[in-house]
Design a protein around this ligand. Structure first.
Ligand code: PMV
Length: 317
């Protein structure tokens, strides 16, 4: 019996970093997916395979002692095996169509798909429990996660999210495309979040920006609901300005933003920054032109739509 789960990746439209300190963020699940397949085995090991790595780890191992690349998967597997007093092992295969370490939530999508696949093998398909396990698993490598990424990967669509009130689906029929361009500079979310924490501790600028970001997010929700792409794009560019002020942009990202703004409605970093991807807002009128400005300069770029299905799970015999 195979338990197969697939989770969308995500883009943060507004509010990364500020969300860690309680500000509301807006996130979108995107139509790029990670699939995790789990089967039971007779040995006492958790075997984890992906295109980049493979390892068989004895179940008796402490999860803290495993390599970071395997740790969330091992954590979920061990917890589930113990909960069900299962006597065998698990074989977990990851198939990703999401570049990792570039702000598209590949680690969260992995945690969500793995939680669903592993827990689903034991008959547990409750989204809230899967989400909780996914966030706990992500915390084994990134303690400060706001939980926003795993939430949008689980439920799909467009959501608003804050740490206190959790998530709310935004009742919007998106009429836009996002162009995603990759700087190819990989980042560690943990390291960038620590850098922002230091910035926050040494100046009042951060708390002022939190207040401004909160106002901006409310305006963005209004523009999204009215499908007002011109004003939405301007708000994205304003959000980029706040991200620059907290120090998570750099020269390369800045020049990509300039390129994007020459054709799209507006653009910003998505995710932790210091590298990773930028997103540009477009519709049919400027999508091709926006793709072209990046392809002409040899940037990896692609356009995505909002994924409305979220996490999917099936059992195959
Ligand atoms: O770069 P990513 O995909 O890991 O996104 C991080 C988003 C942050 O707001 C910086 C952190 C968080 O947990 O929300």
């Amino acid at each position: 019996m195979k338990s197969i789960s697939s989770s969308p990746a995500k883009a943060i439209l507004f509010g990364e970093h500020f969300v860690v300190y309680g500000v509301k963020a807006i996130l979108a699940a995107i139509d790029k997916r990670i699939t995790v397949t789990t089967t039971k085995t007779d040995d006492d090991k958790v075997t984890i395979r992906s295109t980049i790595a493979r390892s068989s780890i004895p179940i008796s191992t402490q999860y803290e002692k495993t390599k970071e690349v395997f740790r969330p998967f091992f954590y979920i597997a061990k917890k589930t095996i113990q909960k069900h007093s299962f006597k065998g092992g698990l074989d977990i295969t990851i198939d990703s169509h999401v570049p990792s370490g570039v702000g598209l939530g590949s680690s969260s999508a992995c945690c969500v798909a793995a939680s669903s696949s592993i827990m689903g093998l034991f008959g547990n398909n409750f989204p809230d429990e899967i989400l909780k396990m996914a966030i706990d698993a992500e915390r084994t490598i990134f303690k400060e996660t706001s939980g926003a990424d795993c939430t949008v990967c689980t439920f799909g669509g467009l959501i608003e999210y804050d740490k206190k009130n959790g998530y709310k689906r935004l009742d919007v029929k998106p009429k836009f495309h996002l162009v995603i361009a990759n700087s190819k500079i990989s980042h560690s979310t943990d390291a960038v979040v620590s850098k922002v924490k230091k910035f926050k501790e040494k100046s009042d600028v951060f708390s002022n920006l939190c207040a401004q970001e909160s106002e901006l997010v409310e305006m963005a929700i209004k523009s999204l609901k009215e499908n007002e792409l011109v004003s939405l794009g301007k708000l994205m560019s304003q959000n980029q300005n706040y991200l620059e002020q907290i120090g998570v942009s750099n020269e390369k990202l800045g020049s990509m933003i300039k390129l994007a703004n020459s054709t799209s409605f507006g653009s910003k970093i998505t995710g932790a920054g210091d590298g990773g991807c930028i997103i540009a807002l477009a519709d049919e009128s400027n999508l091709n032109k926006t793709m072209d400005v990046f392809s002409n300069k040899n940037y990896e770029c692609f356009s995505v739509k909002i994924d409305t299905t979220g996490l999917q799970h099936k059992i195959e015999s």
